[in-house]
Design a protein around this ligand. Structure first.
Ligand code: CTP
Length: 445
């Protein structure tokens, strides 16, 4: 019996997939089809897959060509599968010519002609209108955002808004964008969605105006400074079918999802304590170090370090305390936040002029999780136990600097593909705003 194997994502199943599977089956007697998992696709840079794994498997099954369907979830698996299933022929479409020649030491490799003029990417682009995005603010974060948005299909940055800058702006000598200076309304008319990366104290007003004009909003943290404002914005977005997302990058990173799932899985027992630290020394002239009202360590980084506690211990904290060190100008250079819950506790440390180890430690009744810096991008974490020799290491895939995952989530939500928003819920964002409100109160006090 001649065994053939082929692999693919098979998103938005199309004629090209059908033809390929048909011809693959004709190469032998028994066809094995490997369908990629979402994580594996993310790791390969395919962040916009629409259909769920089960749908993609069902579509392959429905062709009737596959004798066996397996899932592909890691690099190197093809070699394992070929040996494990005793495969005679590995085949793939001609877009891959050469890429898999290294498999020739294990079996025959055949590239089949690709069906012209159809691909999942093309269907994804055609089935959803390209989103025109405008950026509010033209600061340091914009070139990073622009270099990452390239990896997400279905969205184009068309212009920026900065009331103090009249000219077109060239970012990093690479990206030139028309800038609207006087009229926010004109800017909004050009776009379907906005990314707000202006100074912290302006986020709420811009977000509100954009939503009221029917635009989807991705807004840098902190979204606002009171619970009431957060509720108002999320309620407005919900009742008007608009997407409002706070840009807490960590929440959307695939590794962070995995870390949360491992912590929730019981392997470390019941989670009792979470310590998260994020510090970054800012230059003395920077906004973070000079703006006593809206700069400082907690407002810059607190959302990152509070996130794990909100996700794992819930929203019903019973006690909240801040300890802040201010510099001579009243700027928060270091803040420690302590949270108590009925059944656990959390602490968060942030600094802009105090440096510390950027760890995340999640302690449970049977063991703990240690995620070293930069845990907020979550490239690695370890599960450890009483027995120091027992360590489970996780190295989730992570590409670029994290923006692509949050942008991709934003696009999926706008297109109505991702509706749950479980990665960072409106409820969590509202509690986050409530904590920020308490911080602002004690600061004034
Ligand atoms: N394929 C093909 N003809 C097409 C499209 C895909 O023969 N027009 C083949 C690919 O070469 C591969 C298999 O179908 O062997 C699964 O490809 P997949 O990557 O899932 O589909 P694409 O449409 O190429 O997806 P994307 O646009 O996301 O890369």
């Amino acid at each position: 019996m001649k065994k053939v194997i082929t692999y693919g994502t098979y998103d938005l199943f199309h004629q090209g997939h059908y033809n390929l599977l048909k011809r693959a089956k004709e190469l032998g007697d028994y066809l094995i089809v490997g369908v990629t998992t979402d994580h594996f696709d993310e790791a390969r840079g395919k962040v916009n897959v629409v259909d769920s794994l089960m749908t993609r498997i069902e579509n392959v099954r429905a062709t009737g060509f596959a004798d066996e369907i397996i899932v592909e979830d890691h690099v190197g698996q093809k070699i394992e599968d070929i040996q494990k299933y005793n495969v005679d022929i590995f085949t793939l479409g001609s877009d891959w010519v050469g890429t898999f020649d290294y498999l020739k030491q294990f079996c025959e490799v055949i590239y089949l002609d690709r069906t012209p003029d159809v691909s999942s990417t093309q269907i994804r682009n055609n089935s959803f209108k390209i989103i025109n995005l405008g950026i509010v603010g033209t600061g340091r974060i914009v070139p990073r955002f622009l270099s990452e948005i390239k990896y997400v299909s279905g969205v184009n940055v068309v212009c920026t808004y900065n009331p103090y800058e009249k000219r077109k702006i060239v970012f990093d000598d690479k990206y030139t964008l028309k800038n609207y200076s006087a009229e926010f309304g004109t800017f909004l008319n050009k776009v379907d969605a906005v990314y707000i990366a202006s100074p912290n104290e302006t986020h709420y007003e811009y977000a509100k105006k954009a939503l009221e004009n029917g635009k989807h909003v991705l807004v840098e943290k902190p979204l606002c400074f009171t619970k009431k404002e957060a509720e108002e914005l999320y309620n407005y977005a919900k009742s008007n079918d608009l997407v409002l997302m706070e840009a807490i990058k960590t929440a959307y990173c695939p590794g962070f999802q995995q870390l949360m799932n491992v912590a929730n899985s019981g392997v470390i027992g019941d989670v009792k304590d979470i310590e998260a630290t994020y510090t970054r020394l800012a230059s003395s002239g920077s906004r973070e170090r000079t703006d006593a009202n809206y700069g400082g360590s907690f407002l810059e980084f607190g959302s990152y370090t509070l996130l794990p506690a909100l996700k794992l211990l819930g929203r019903d904290y019973t006690n909240l305390r801040f300890k802040t060190i201010y510099d001579e100008n009243g700027v928060d250079i270091y803040t420690k936040t302590e949270l108590e819950f009925a059944d656990g506790m959390g602490s968060s440390k942030n600094g802009v002029a105090v440096k510390s180890e950027g760890n995340l430690v999640i302690s449970g009744t049977k063991g703990y999780i240690l995620a070293p810096s930069p845990w907020w991008l979550t490239r690695r974490f370890e599960v450890r136990y009483e027995d120091p020799n027992k360590v489970e290491v996780y190295e989730p895939s992570f590409q670029g600097d994290g923006f692509r995952y949050e942008i991709s989530e934003f696009v999926l939500k706008i297109n109505g593909v991702e509706k749950n928003g479980y990665k960072y819920t409106a409820g969590e964002a509202i509690v986050m705003a409530e904590i920020i409100e308490r911080y602002m109160e004690q600061k004034k006090g």
